[in-house]
Design a binder for this molecule. Structure first.
Ligand SMILES: N[C@@H](CCC(=O)N[C@@H](CS)C(=O)NCC(=O)O)C(=O)O
Length: 147
């Protein structure tokens, strides 16, 4: 069955899902969904992912968001490929690096360095806010405000 990925081309989070799917030979139906245009704030989208973010994966009646969870899911669907680890230690080491990235690397982007980057973008930056409160390495976008 083809999986559906609510996707944005220049999202690093969506890109890693596309990359793993390609590696695994999993066909994805890509549905472009642009937060900059407010498309992740539409009621239908929020019903799938209350965080209002891409990537969001739909596999039949199963919806999954958070890119690292999606990576684990794709890997788990093809255990023969061993990308989810073939024993408890391998799986734990994979989780170690995924959690490191989510809690360390990605969160580290959420600091003064990225704030300075946004400020350096000039006067227009004052009218923008970084993608979901600086938790993403996406450029600052003129996102619609959260209600
Ligand atoms: N932790 C999430 C982050 C996803 C995320 O931040 N996606 C961005 C695009 S790169 C987004 O949809 N931002 C919309 C918003 O913040 O409103 C993941 O790994 O999936």
């Amino acid at each position: 069955m083809t999986l559906t990925l609510y996707d944005m081309k220049d999202s690093p989070h969506a890109r890693k899902v596309r990359l793993l799917a390609a590696e695994l030979g999993v066909p994805l139906e890509l549905v472009p969904c642009d937060p900059r245009a407010g498309e992740t704030r539409e009621p239908d989208f929020l019903a799938m992912n209350p965080n209002g973010r891409v990537p969001t994966l739909v596999d039949g009646d199963f919806v999954l968001w958070e890119s690292l969870a999606i990576l684990k899911y794709l890997a788990a669907k093809q255990p023969e490929r061993g990308l989810g680890g073939s024993n408890a230690r391998e799986s734990a080491l994979i989780d170690q690096w995924l959690f490191w990235w989510a809690g360390g690397g990605e969160a580290a982007m959420d600091g003064p360095g990225l704030g300075a980057l946004h400020q350096a973008q000039g006067p227009a930056a004052g009218r923008q806010r970084p993608c979901h409160h600086r938790r993403c390495i996406c450029p600052a976008w003129p996102l619609p405000s959260r209600a």
